[in-house]
Design a binder for this molecule. Structure first.
Ligand code: 13P
Length: 250
């Protein structure tokens, strides 16, 4: 069984001007050199407008940068969109794909799959997000829903592309609500996501993260689960001290 290095990624969503982002990077870098280096890999996912600033701010640190989305086409007449090449040129190494907040705004499984292909095919890492609503969970549809989301998104992913892939299980009912999934629920869903991903890639190599109200207080218990290889953190990632505490808990 391959050993998976945990990943703690901060999704800043629509927060942080480039000025604020620069201050975050400088504060986080000073925390990094205090105390032991975290065992987890750390990534920060700023808005597009702060990508380059954050990449520069973290240039001499092991922290890597990901965008919050990427367009499925390489270039073209797509007003307001950002390409994989632009993300890479800004100094970022990856992109979040298929976050539930984008799916809510109309992003389909098919588009998510095309974006995964574009990202991995362009040499970016992909953090693919999947997750069920409260209604789906209560209706007993969680497993089948997650299976479909993973199968469609990974349909064209080849085994050798899997190295750049992480999958974040983010139950919609736990995002921004303070209602974290229990470690048991999160573990069960992450194990399921891993086993479905195993139809396409090496299940032991793919990182499965949990996201949804992760905080320094609950991170250790969640990250101790055998199928949870890290966290995708929203609100708590806006504070350098709490993002660092989560990374140190991993
Ligand atoms: P919160 O940590 O704020 O619940 O957000 C989770 C999330 O959506 C990360 O992508």
């Amino acid at each position: 069984m391959s050993r998976r290095i945990p990943l703690v990624a901060g999704n800043w969503k629509m927060h942080m001007t480039s000025h604020e982002a620069r201050e975050f990077a400088s504060e986080f870098c000073s925390l990094l050199v205090q105390g032991d280096a975290p065992a987890a890999e750390i990534a920060v996912c700023p808005p597009f407008t702060a990508l380059e600033t954050v990449a520069q701010g973290f240039a001499t640190s092991p922290v890597w940068i990901a965008a919050q989305d990427v367009h499925e086409q390489a270039s073209g007449a797509h007003t307001g969109e950002i390409s994989a090449a632009m993300i890479a040129a800004a100094g970022a190494e990856g992109a979040i794909i298929g976050h539930s907040e984008r799916r809510e705004a109309g992003e389909t499984d098919a588009r998510v799959a095309a974006k995964v292909q574009r990202a991995l095919g362009s040499g970016l890492r992909a953090i693919l997000c999947v997750g069920e609503s409260l209604k789906q969970r209560e209706a007993g549809e969680t497993e089948s829903w997650l299976a479909t989301q993973v199968r469609v998104a990974l349909a064209d992913v080849t085994a050798d592309q899997a190295e750049g892939l992480s999958i974040a299980y983010e139950p919609i009912w736990a995002i921004g609500t303070g209602k974290t999934a229990t470690p048991e629920i999160a573990q069960e869903a992450c194990a399921h996501v891993r086993s479905i991903a195993g139809e396409f890639v090496d299940a032991n190599a793919v990182r499965v993260l949990y996201g949804g109200s992760v905080k320094p207080e609950n991170a250790a218990e969640l990250l101790a689960q055998p199928d949870i290889d890290g966290a995708l953190v929203g609100g708590a990632s806006l504070d350098p001290v709490s993002l660092m505490a989560i990374a140190r808990a991993a």
